[in-house]
Each structure stands twice: as C-alpha cells, then as structure tokens.
Write a protein that binds this ligand. Structure first.
Ligand SMILES: [Fe+2]
Ligand SMILES: [Fe+2]
Length: 474
C-alpha cells in the first residue's frame, strides 16, 4: 500500500474513515510540533536535510530520499502488513487468534508497556538536541537528523496506539509524553539511560550502537505481542531502527580506524601522544564503551521480575524471536540462570524462566552487542595494533536489580568500595576524559570535509557520494 502524502497525517491505517481518531490525532499534532521546535535539533528551522521518508511498508523500497526541513517531515502512522491468520504465539492464550482490540483485563499493563516504549523516543531527541552544533561532517549531521526524525515518528507510532485503543487515559498519556523532559529533576523521562546526557559525538555513536540496540530488542519482543496493532506497529519501527544502529557501529568504527591508522603510521601507542594528535585513544574508547554498555544493561530491568512473567504469560510481550524458539512457549517449570549476590560474591542460581525473561533478553542483546565489538576489533587488527575492545561483565556498574548492591569490575570480580573509588576512573570515563573528547568537538560543515578524529565513511547515503551536500543551510 502506497502512502498518501497529501494527508495531514500520512498513514496506512485508513485514518480518514475514523473521524474521531483523526480529529484527536490532529489535535495532538500542534503539541508535537511545539515540542519539536522547543526540544528537537537546535537551530535547524531553515535547514534542508537529505532525509528518507517511508512511502510504503513493503520490505523492498519503502524509502524515499529528498531534501526536507525537519519540521515539515512527514511524520506518519505506518503498521507492517496484517496477517489475518496471526495467532497469540505464547503464554496462557497461545493458539487464540491475535487480538485486534485491547483485552480489558490487560489494559493497564499494555498501556504501561506502550508508554514506557513511547517515552524513550522523544527522550533521545532531547538528549541529542545540541549535537548538530559540533557535527564532524555533513554526512554525520544528516545521519543524526535522520535518527532524530525517525525517533519522532516512533513517538507518533506509540501515540497512535494510545489514541486509537485507550480512550481518554490514552490521550492523557500522549500529552504526558510531550511534557516529560530528559534529565529534568521534576519531570524526567521514565528510564535511567534516557536521562543521561549525550554531550559529544563519541557518546552519540556509543548511544546509537548500545542503547538503540536495546530499542531493537524491546521492539522485537513487542513485535511478538498477542495485541496485533502493537505487533504490527513495532515490526515496522524495527526497519527504521536498523539504520540507527548502523550509525553507531560505523561511527565508532570510523573513530577506531582513524586512531589506529595514525598509531600504525607514527608507531605510537601512548594515549597522551595520541591525544596530542587530536585523536581519541583506544583506552578512552573502552571507558566510553563500558559506560554505555552498563547503562544499557539496566534498561532491561530487574534480573528476576514478576512483571516480566505477567507480561509474558498474558501474551503481551514475547521473547526475542519467540516463534523461532523450539519449546512449549509457556515456560512451565523451565529455569534460567541469573546472578545473585551471596556473602558479597556473585553466584549463579536457577530462577523460574518466566521470571527471568528480562535476563534472557539481556543475554540475547549481549550476544548481538559483542558481535559488533568483534567487528571493531577487526579494524584494530587490520592496522596491526595490539589492543582489544571488550564488553564489560554484565554485572559491572549496575544500578538496577540485585547486582546494584555490589561493586563489580569489568572482568566480573566483586571489589571493595575503596577499590572502586581508586580504580573506577580507569573503567569509566572521567571528567578529564569527557573534557578531552569535548575539546575535539568543533563543527565541520564544509562539503566533503571530516573532523580530524574520525575517518570518512567508505560510502555515502543512498548511493550518493561521500562529499554530497547532505545538509543545506539557508
Ligand atoms: Fe525509536
Ligand atoms: Fe532508534
């Protein structure tokens, strides 16, 4: 189905035939645009950006590329195609036809899942609001803006569900999504990582690699939902999410490449010397990696969680690749290993698999995240540099769950409070690290030019050359 861009709210849900819903969303729209103007990318009202827009939900060729002013971006409502035969595939309702309406008894839980997901979308736009002022190139600036408008569209996706299926309290939640602010002391965003700052481009690339990947895993589990509109909405969001993770992986990869090429060329491996060249040394990259990895670990929630069990048993939120898993999809009597703290040590115990679903999703995520770290290591190897980046232990620097009660080093050893105080600066970015990275951030907005600390990409966007004019300032 091709999407009609003559509509005020482009959509593939036949909004025109539901006037009440259409009016409600049209009333929400000015609030959204007000929020975008206030909290979206700073100082971009007259900037033309080479952006992709969804024009269909078919896997091949859904994207259309053209210059757009971001406030005129065609934010719309797109659901992946319906499958009339689709069933609830797990939990107590396994085998029933997938729900087209919200089951009354699950209304509050479903709303909570949708609001929690929805809240992360505007949060990341707020976190990234000032990054455009220090872009390393037009290519990177365009990628930042692409991520920003798509997070805006993801907010639309969740607001559509709230308006269409949750009546008055859904509309109130949709308003509240525009009122909370990342990092605000009085009215913060719901999840911790979304209240952290994204002050520089190294943080941005780490965020899109690690934290947008959490988004992928959350969306994948919601795409299994027995509530079909949620499943179809998140299924389409995943096609956009892939680009966000690409921005992160390639961004960090290009920093590594730039640093390692210089290390090989000048035969230097001393971080102060590397910094003196205006490059980001690998130990600093490792500390940023440790920070973003550990903050993202917490997003998966408590290791053992009765909410997670309820969401699964009632068919609201499945596992990653639920239908590809060969088991009973009920998890009756099954167990799953989790960490507990015994006498100040980490111990692995078996928890009921139903209660350990957050941990299972976290482990699925870790496998995926580690694979990309290995691809970064290949770049290092190719330059002949002896250094390996690695994911810290999943108990490192945790703020949520039982692991929050102990100090754990990146290798997974419990350490004393004194040890932590003495050594954490070698594990997590220090103020000095952050100030150094900040000192490299200067705006490079000349066609085909790149900041000194990052290599150009191997190819451009949508088959355009690397030196294409991806952003035009007017
Ligand atoms: Fe998103
Ligand atoms: Fe994203």
């Amino acid at each position: 189905m091709t999407i009609d861009y003559a509509e005020k709210i482009p959509n593939n849900v036949d909004l025109a035939s539901n006037k009440t819903l259409q009016r409600a969303l049209e009333q929400w729209q000015p609030g959204f645009l007000g929020w975008w103007g206030e909290m979206g990318p700073d100082g971009t009202a007259s900037t033309d950006v080479y952006l992709r827009t969804a024009v269909s939900v078919e896997p091949k060729g859904w994207a259309h590329f053209d210059y757009v002013k971001m406030q005129d971006y065609r934010w719309g409502i797109f659901l992946a195609p319906a499958d009339a035969e689709r069933k609830v595939n797990f939990g107590e309702h396994k085998g029933e036809p997938a729900w087209q309406e919200v089951p009354g008894e699950y209304r509050a839980n479903l709303r909570r899942l949708i609001v929690t997901q929805g809240d992360t979308e505007p949060a990341s736009v707020e976190q990234q609001r000032h990054l455009g002022l220090t872009c390393p190139s037009l290519y990177d600036l365009r990628n930042l803006f692409q991520v920003n408008v798509e997070e805006g569209r993801h907010l639309w996706a969740m607001v559509y569900l709230l308006h269409a299926y949750f009546g008055r309290d859904g509309r109130e939640e949709a308003e509240a999504l525009l009122e909370r602010r990342s990092g605000d002391a009085d009215n913060p965003r719901i999840l911790g990582a979304f209240n952290e700052r994204t002050p520089d481009w190294l943080s941005f690339f780490m965020f899109t690699y690690f934290t947008d990947r959490d988004g992928k895993y959350q969306l994948c589990s919601l795409a299994e939902s027995g509530f079909d509109p949620l499943a179809r909405t998140t299924r389409f969001m995943l096609t956009e999410e892939a680009h966000h993770m690409f921005v992160g992986e390639s961004g960090v990869g290009r920093i590594i490449q730039r640093t390692c090429e210089a290390m090989a060329e000048h035969r230097m491996d001393d971080p102060p010397k590397i910094r003196a060249q205006g490059l980001i040394d690998l130990p600093t990259l490792q500390r940023y990696l440790n920070f973003h990895f550990s903050v993202t670990m917490d997003l998966f929630g408590a290791d053992v969680s009765s909410n997670a069990a309820t969401f699964y048993s009632t068919g609201l939120k499945g596992r990653f690749d639920e239908t590809k898993i060969d088991d009973d999809h009920l998890l009756a009597g099954a167990t799953y290993p989790v960490f507990e703290v015994h006498d100040g040590r980490l111990a692995v115990v078996q928890a009921p698999a139903l209660n350990a679903l957050n941990e299972k999703l976290r482990d699925d995520y870790v496998k995926d995240a580690v694979a990309g770290i290995e691809r970064w290591n290949k770049i290092i190897d190719k330059c002949g540099v002896a250094f390996r980046l690695r994911a810290p232990h999943k108990a490192f620097n945790r703020k949520i769950g039982p692991l929050a009660s102990v100090r754990v080093d990146p290798e997974g050893n419990v350490v004393s409070e004194t040890d932590w105080a003495q050594r954490h600066a070698s594990w997590l970015p220090s103020e000095t690290d952050r100030a150094f990275v900040a000192s490299l951030m200067g705006r490079v907005a000349e066609r085909g030019k790149f900041a000194n600390w990052i290599a150009p990409p191997s190819r451009g966007i949508n088959n355009q050359p690397v030196d294409y004019e991806y952003v035009r300032f007017n």
